[in-house]
Write a protein that binds this ligand. Structure first.
Ligand code: GLN
Length: 239
């Protein structure tokens, strides 16, 4: 089996080293004898979504998001077809905001990809904190760090999780992130996947099942250290 990961615009959307998440996905495949490759795309590259099994869209500053959004219209149709046919996407922070209809900032309007019916508006101050969630998708809590000025409103979409500590999508709803088909959007940036191996495996499993059939399952890995680290953060902030 083989997984191909498309990394969209690492030169612009790589705030706080979101790229490390790719290494985590690759390693977790290779440890199981699943081949893995990553194709980085720059803004003017043509993207053949039919070759990709997982797409990663990382975080960026408002300025970088503004630059990216002008080009996104070109890939919107193909990207939407990929999502609607259950292609797997992990979109983080600025990339999460770009999944939606728009991100309104006091510097102007950033048009989104309109892949998920949601929107983001800049609010008073930034939401900066460690964050812990409980998600229906995983047994383990999801832990991470958030730093965003935008407040995201996901309408009737399903959130990634309930906020146990931190701010989440808008600081008020008690929800964080979004799950739509095989797309996960979240404000948790930096080493999201190394800290949350169950989330990494969810992405890998969805990608493999789409490609090779629903009977595919993942061999468990020894995640003792990852679990200890996750547990430490959970107890530090939630008890
Ligand atoms: N520029 C966006 C915001 O501030 C996203 C930031 C990020 O990717 N960390 O809301």
């Amino acid at each position: 089996m083989k997984i191909t990961i498309g990394h969209l615009y690492p030169d612009l959307l790589n705030l706080y080293g979101d790229r490390g998440n790719i290494q985590c996905l690759m390693k977790r495949c290779l440890w199981r004898g699943i081949q893995a490759e990553t194709i980085p795309f720059e803004l003017d590259d043509k993207i053949d979504f039919s070759r990709l099994d997982i797409v990663l869209l990382g975080g960026g500053s408002d300025r970088e998001q503004m630059l990216v959004c002008r080009k996104l219209r070109k890939i919107q149709k193909d990207f939407r077809a990929y999502v609607e046919s259950d292609g797997v996407v992990i979109a983080i922070c600025g990339g999460y905001q770009l999944l939606g209809n728009y991100y309104r900032t006091d510097q102007g309007m950033i048009t989104g990809l309109e892949l998920v019916d949601m929107y983001t508006e800049q609010g008073e101050g930034r939401l900066i904190s460690n964050i812990v969630l409980k998600s229906d998708l995983f047994d383990m809590p999801v832990v991470g760090f958030e730093n965003h000025g935008g407040r995201t409103f996901i309408k009737d979409n399903r959130p990634l999780g309930k906020v146990l500590y931190g701010s989440g999508n808008d600081g008020k709803s008690g929800c964080e992130g979004v799950v739509y088909r095989n797309v996960i959007g979240t404000y948790l940036h930096g080493p999201l996947l190394p800290k949350n191996p169950q989330l990494a495996d969810w992405l890998i499993l969805k990608a493999l099942q789409k490609k090779y059939g629903p009977e595919v399952s993942l061999e468990p890995l020894d995640d003792t250290q990852e679990k200890e680290a996750n547990d430490y953060v959970f107890h530090r902030f939630v008890k």
